[in-house]
Design a protein. Sequence first.
Lengths: 443, 467
Amino acid sequence: MPITITMPALSPTMTEGTLANWQMKEGDTVSSGDVLAEIETDKATMEVEAVDEGTLGKILVPGGTENVAVNTPIAILLEEGEDASALDGFDAGSAPEPATEESDEAPKKDADDGGKKKSADEAAKTSKQDAAPEAKGSSGPALVTKDGERIFSSPVARRIAANEGLDLKSIKGSGPHGRIIKADVEKALASGGAKAAAPEKAASAPAPAAATPPPEGNYEEIPLTSMRKTIARRLSEAKQTIPHFYLTIECELDNLLAMRKELNGRSDDYKISVNDFIIRASALALKKVPTANACWGGDKILQYKDFDVSVAVAIEGGLITPVVRKADQKGLAVISNEMKELATKAKAGKLMPEEYQGGCFSISNLGMFGIKEFSAVINPPQSAILAIGAGEQRPVVRDGALAMATMMSVTLSCDHRVIDGALGAELLKHFKGYIEEPLTMML
Amino acid sequence: MSETNFDLVVVGSGPGGYVAAIRAAQLGLKTAVIEREHLGGICLNWGCIPTKALLRTADIYNLIKHADEFGIKVEGATVDLKKTVDRSRKVAGQLSGGVKHLLKKNKITVIDGHGKLAGSGKVEVSKDGKVVSTVAAKHIILATGARARTLPGLEPDGKLIWTYKEALVPDVMPKKLLVVGSGAIGIEFASFFNALGSDVTVVEVMDRILPVEDAEISAFAEKSFKKQGMTIHKGTTVSELKKSGDKVTATFKDKKDKTSSDSFDRVILAVGIVGNVENIGLEGTKVKVEKTHVVVDEFSRTGEPGVYAIGDLTGPPWLAHKASHEGVICVEKIAGEKDVHPLNTSNIPGCTYCHPQVASVGMTEAAAKEKGYDIKVGRFSFIGNGKAIALGEAEGLIKTIFDAKTGEMLGAHMVGAEVTELIQGYGIAKTLETTEVELMHSIFPHPTLSEMMHESVLDAYGKVIHM
């Protein structure tokens, strides 16, 4: 029997993606492990590999299709010995349904018996139409529609939420099938949820609701990529919901530069950058101040046991933050080589979700552009980001006299819900210690 | 008895108990019901149902009296009281048999006798005062109901001074009847006997009849009852009932302590109910009783682990549908069902089957104001409704109350023909938490009485069409 290939979920949170292109065409022989297609999510481009062997019988969703819901049938694979006639009467819709419960209102796909007799061609036609309602049903209580999200809620709950400027998305429904009822909204209001949620409302609809009309003039309209949408959404959310504060400290780099020169002179197997030192110094500083290695969890704080450091990497059309895991346990050479590989993959859009998700702490380095110092926006759900400025020779006062030193300004943006001023300062103190006495990093 | 170990034992088979037992059986609990008298309890046997059967006779008689208006000539129509009562008993019997069948179908063990808690997880069953068995259960639901309240000096004798029970099976049609209490029970009997020709006097201690209803509805109903020939004394108590021969002389005392007296053939006492908390083994348990009713939490749990109480035995409102719903919630919680929510008492409709009928759900206007709501009130009279006029039932009012801020329907109050069947529309609206907008957008079929429900909502927002 033909096998239905469905849109895979490339990360736990992925609900839809863009089927960027097909690497194979109808009639091609497919072996297990072959790359069938490339899928673009909000984070990266990923390859869909064949699990089964056979012949690519029918492509149901053409390359370049946006917003393809997870689990939508995208192609039909013919097994060995089957020819195209096996497609007749085969219903791609009988592919595994989304694991989540279908909501009452989501139309049951091919519920009528006639649907079973649909040819693959028809299935191809309907599969795209089905994609939207299926996405609706697959996300449990909230119906996802093309132009946003529908959230099951009672009219009174909606009215109160509207009156109070409360975002229903921030509320968990306690009614039947998770419906948000009056009591839920009142509870959220009573617990001060309104204040926290109100900015989120604005964040949820950033793109279409430009507050002021764009200025008249000669312009080109550039459609938003998935990545641009994600950056817009997440960083708006960050600036609007995370109470940022900033701490700046100056670090003298001369010892570090000397050590780097010596290390790099010893072998050609690695080429350690200042940034690699910064990654390790950050991880070690977090280890000294473990309470700062934490994320805001809404009603709790999650303190992480691994000291992971995310590093912002500028890529075509945006940026991404691959993670160096357990950087406190890795030597400079290991960190350096790992970072190079991650950056290469990032620039090629080939990072796997586990390579860019997680961590509580990021580094953003604009030193190479001569930026002296800047403040970075925290990357939610993380709670801190360290903005690295350029290392440059500056006059310093040493023992009451003017002297020259290579100095670097770093600015830590902290989520005040997790990290208080003194805690952030302590973290920076340790960071500065490691940078200025890089030998201590070897301990 | 072969089986003595159960997951759940329900003491009492009224609308709370038998519904709880059926739901428990559906959820796979091995269930038993202990009933000392009739399956179906007061509701089916001595309450809701037989009174409706009697009132049906009153309705038909009322129609016949007005048959001429509808172009029908009827002469010499009389009420056969015995036949009326027999029919009422037959209806009750049929439904009690229905409950028996339902319990059997759900494989619920029915134990004949009086159930009483007897230590942790045990219920003792006695018959004619003798212990006949003891059953064990992980969970015990007490659903023993309530009975008519009696006041000092106002004790029923079952002959001249009745409670609801005697009033349901009258041997004679009282020429002159006194009804003490103008709640749902009192008013229904007053309405029945008044329709069948008794000279009825109603005494109410509060300053209006049907005191739990909206004041406007009370006033409307009172006017209508008086028009039908009832005498109503408000703000009045009965200080003494003196029997002599076939008569009862009642002494009334008004708010200014002014006394008066009158003599009656029969008296019906309907001054509230008391919970049946006695002799069910509550002594020595952690079950708390307040004002003759068992104290329970939102899932009907008493202070004693494994012991629950539902229905009239617990707090108000004392209504069959509240008992049934409580029973279901209690059992689902016991069975560990997901998403079990406590009963929302503000969504429980109440119905009184007098003529004209009275029905309501949610807050009265006074209650809403007292709670500090800024309200919008809509009213629509039956006189503006085509179907009501065609039916010859142009007397009535539908009143709706909304929270001006949120559009939430806070309450709905009705008086008039068939309103007991209409109220559930607002009940659903309230349960779904609709605002005035959804109600305005709902299309009500024409011609129906239900159109008035629409118009009343429209009126609350200044958009009424047919007024």
